[in-house]
Design a protein around this ligand. Structure first.
Ligand code: FES
Length: 200
């Protein structure tokens, strides 16, 4: 995976909205006195929901609120790939390119993203609707190749299927998530090969 760093262009400041600050404080109150740092992931997540991505001033503000050194908050933000470190489109595609997905065709998924979103990752498309990036294993190798769009997994992809999904989202539709070939959970393509008889 490429090195995860904060974006080179940053806003001047960050402040939680009143409602979001209340949500962060609610999380802080869930932990025993002196353990408020445990709310760091929740606070960054709420900040990302507000701004669309995690900014440097946000990392500083979360550190201030939770009485954590800046570097400790930064470590969390840069470790977990659910945190976007650069501006993203309305929909952000995280494409797994680790070996199982690569062997099953993730190159075609990446090619579709390059052609139909932007030829560079971490770059918002001209219409502001999409951005994409490559990821390491997202834990759904059995249905490779796969990607996450926002919080939803899309599995058993082909390049054409990715284009269909992008176009559907562009039209404001909600394309079907999960396996795109109607595979049942993680069973072999074509159905079970073992435990085929229901025992009484
Ligand atoms: S290798 Fe792609 S989900 Fe695991």
């Amino acid at each position: 995976m490429s090195v995860r760093r904060l974006h080179e262009i940053q806003p001047e400041s960050f402040a939680f909205s009143e409602a979001n600050l209340a949500r962060v404080q609610e999380w802080m109150a869930k932990f025993p006195e002196g353990r408020q740092r445990s709310a760091v992931i929740a606070a960054l997540w709420i900040g990302q929901e507000q701004e669309g991505w995690v900014t440097k001033p946000m990392v500083e503000e979360v550190g201030r609120l939770l009485d954590m050194p800046y570097i400790r908050v930064l470590e969390v933000a840069t470790f977990y790939t659910m945190f976007y470190l650069a501006p993203v489109g309305k929909h952000h595609l995280q494409v797994c390119t680790t070996t199982p997905c690569w062997l099953r065709g993730s190159d075609e998924v990446v090619k579709a993203c390059k052609k139909h979103i932007h030829d560079k990752p971490h770059t918002v498309s001209a219409d502001g609707q999409f951005s994409w990036e490559e990821m390491e294993c997202l834990g759904a190798c059995v249905n490779a190749p796969m990607m996450l769009i926002d919080k939803d997994p899309y599995e058993d992809l082909t390049g054409d299927k990715v284009v269909e999904i992008i176009e559907a989202l562009r039209r404001g539709e909600s394309p079907k998530t999960g396996s795109q070939i109607d595979r049942h959970t993680s069973e072999p393509v074509g159905g079970r090969t073992t435990l085929t008889k229901e025992e009484a």
